[in-house]
Design a protein around this ligand. Structure first.
Ligand code: PMP
Length: 401
């Protein structure tokens, strides 16, 4: 039956993990995966998450199905975390929100919802480059995937002029995907002033903003600061769609905890949107998994645990920031590696776009046992006190050729 099925290409990032696993050299480093690692290179279970799990277990919860749109307390608290307690649409009961299978699931529900119900356009503009999965995800949702300039190779910074020009030239009403903070893969975010300008263009061109917030708290260490773009757009009167993930900021990767929301005109509109979200979700997976949402909600609904969690998120962000500092110092000051490495320090979040080219990344894998994506993206979380010096020396050698 399946003789006509062609073998598809392997997943770009999972392929790196396989090559890393097969490598027997003790110095090997995997900077491909986008999961936080502690100072010893090990997965990190947040102590606040451990406490939350104990609270959940102690309540002896049943295993009944959740409603189609998930655990209501969780979705309410997730929306509060993103939009803030002062959010007008939240106060007015005008935010439609559903639990989702982490960020990926939220984006997919959003893609499906827009493809069915957004009246003005099927075009969605993604930054170039963007998280690799955005492209097939929105295509499979039935949207027409297009792109806007984001990254400037020369400056290893934001191509703000290109971004503005492309959004200004987009057809009226088109959807624009914005990484709310800690842009993946570049680690480059617009400044608050630049966000304000983007908001103006989006308003002027009547574009529809869809925020992907996969790293709230992870970029700056502050969940409030990282929510700036989303909250600014809402304050400016935009109606937005939003995807949230708790994979990174709570370390709940495999628990698949997320939320998708849309701000609407009023409570009646919200109720209609809710009903359509249910119609999209029910035939896909009926209702979401319960455990992770309970854990996340135990944190979001308990003031002490919430404070502890915020300090642990900041701890992860700060460790990453200190690795950026160290790597910059090693390359720029100690090794005098050819090139300008300031971007390593100015970039933000889990990833850094190093500017290394495909032949350099290939040499790093083959000669130094250092693995990263071919575009030169590294997960900063894979670096630690034990491997950063070896990494810097290996980069230095690869750049010198
Ligand atoms: N959006 C972006 C920009 C991401 O980097 C990721 C994770 N790599 C996701 C969404 C989705 O992740 P998850 O489904 O694990 O929440």
């Amino acid at each position: 039956v399946w003789s006509n099925v062609q073998a598809g290409p392997p997943d770009a990032i999972l392929g790196i993990t396989e090559a890393f696993k097969a490598d027997k050299d003790p110095r090997k480093i995997n900077l491909g995966v986008g999961a936080y690692r502690d100072e010893n290179g090990k997965p990190y279970i947040l102590p606040s998450v451990q406490k939350a799990e104990e609270i959940v277990l102690a309540s002896v919860p049943n295993k009944e199905y959740l409603p189609i749109t998930g655990l209501p307390e969780f979705t309410r608290n997730a929306a509060l975390l993103a939009y803030g307690t002062e959010s007008t649409p939240l106060k007015e009961g005008a935010v439609a929100v559903t639990q989702s299978i982490s960020g990926t699931g939220a984006l997919r529900i959003g893609g499906e919802f827009l493809a069915r119900h957004y009246p003005k356009s099927k075009d969605i503009f993604l930054p170039a480059p963007t998280w690799g999965n955005h492209i097939p995800l929105f295509r499979d949702s039935g949207l027409n995937v297009r792109s806007y300039r984001y990254f400037n190779k020369e400056t290893v910074g934001l191509d703000f002029a290109g971004l503005k020009a492309d959004l200004e030239a987009a057809p009226e009403g088109a959807i624009v995907l914005l990484h709310a903070c800690a842009h993946n893969p570049t680690g480059i975010d617009p400044t608050p002033e630049q966000w304000a300008q983007i908001s103006d263009i989006v308003k002027e061109k009547k574009l529809f903003p869809f925020f992907d917030m996969a790293y709230q708290g992870f970029a700056s260490g502050s969940t409030t600061k990282d929510a700036f773009a989303v909250r600014h757009f809402v304050e400016q009167g935009h109606q937005v769609a939003l995807s949230q993930s708790f994979a990174k900021n709570m370390g709940l990767y495999g628990e698949r905890v997320g939320a998708f929301s849309v701000t609407t005109a009023d409570a009646a509109e919200k109720a209609r949107v809710d009903s359509q979200l249910k119609i999209i979700i029910r035939p896909m997976y009926s209702n979401p998994p319960v455990n992770g949402a309970r854990i996340a909600n135990a944190i979001l609904s308990n003031a002490d645990l919430y404070t502890q969690w915020e300090s642990e998120v900041k701890g992860m962000a700060d460790r990453i920031i200190s690795m950026r500092e160290k790597l910059y110092n090693s390359l720029q000051k100690e090794l005098n590696t050819p090139g300008e490495w300031g971007h390593i320090k100015s970039q933000i979040g889990m990833f850094s776009f190093t500017g290394l080219n495909p032949s350099q990344t290939k040499a790093l894998a083959e000669k130094a046992h250092v693995y990263m994506t071919h575009d030169g993206r590294i997960s900063m979380a894979g670096l630690n006190g034990g491997n950063i010096e070896y990494f810097a020396q290996s980069v230095d050698k690869a750049v010198r050729g």
